[in-house]
Design a protein around this ligand. Structure first.
Ligand SMILES: C[S@@+](CC[C@H](N)C(=O)[O-])C[C@H]1O[C@@H](n2cnc3c(N)ncnc32)[C@H](O)[C@@H]1O
Length: 217
């Protein structure tokens, strides 16, 4: 008799909930590479951050669902291809299938030469919106993982201070627990308006949440 291990049960449960997830189905129907698109969509529809003509920097962009969403926002008729009114510069450690009109940089956001590449892509201009869905590979050690997550958020805040327009907005993913309170405090020090948002499309079970900072102080 085959003994079913706990991890197999967990995988099966995950697979079932994934297959039946309305956002997974919607992503397939709408042509998004990941259900993550709906998290940014919800945040954007609430706060109206991405406007025609905007320059948007997408940090941790792979496989590309957020960039696809931004691309459609900047299309005169919401199309996934064709004319684009604005700029999208996207960055990830991992390779990403091209998205028409999106300038993609492969590299580690924590490294100086990669930051220099981003800076060069901005061509002396500044971003209207910076979005970061970056999440580090977790080690399982709570303290180490919290520090890795915090570092990515802190670097995104620092990037916004130097490369975002004063009236711009930064969206970051972070997690409850760990350094959450310190990161909210950093946002309050840096931005005029700070909004914590847990989109409906972010799974209830996940401690994942988002912070939006609007207007640099
Ligand atoms: C949840 S995924 C992003 C999904 C993406 N927003 C989308 O809609 O398709 C997180 C991404 O962050 C990237 N990432 C993590 N640490 C990074 C770093 N230091 N520099 C660049 N990308 C990083 C990972 O490679 C991963 O692709």
């Amino acid at each position: 008799m085959k003994v079913q291990t706990k991890s197999k049960k967990v995988n099966k449960a995950w697979l079932n909930s994934h297959v039946n997830d309305p956002y997974v189905k919607a992503a397939q129907k709408d042509g998004y590479r990941a259900r993550a698109a709906y998290k940014l969509k919800e945040i954007d529809e609430q706060l109206k951050l991405i406007r025609p003509g905007a320059t948007v920097v997408d940090l941790g962009c792979a496989p590309g669902a957020w960039s696809q969403y931004v691309r459609r926002c900047l299309s005169p008729n919401g199309a996934a291809v064709g004319a684009l009114n604005g700029r999208i510069i996207s960055l990830d450690l991992l390779p990403m299938e091209p998205i028409e009109g999106v300038q993609y940089i492969q590299g580690d956001f924590r490294e100086e030469p990669v930051l220099a590449q981003l800076q060069e892509a901005l061509g002396g201009g500044k971003a209207d919106v910076v979005v970061s869905d970056m999440a580090p590979n977790l080690s399982g050690n709570g303290t180490t993982d919290a520090a890795r997550i915090a570092l990515l958020v802190e670097l995104a805040v620092d990037f916004s201070i130097h490369h975002m327009k004063p009236e711009g907005a930064l969206v970051v993913k972070l997690f409850h627990g760990g350094a959450y309170d310190d990161l909210v405090a950093l946002f309050r020090q840096t931005f005029k308006v700070v909004k914590p948002i847990k989109p409906k499309s972010s799974r209830d079970k996940s401690s994942e949440t988002f912070l939006v900072g609007m207007g640099l102080k």
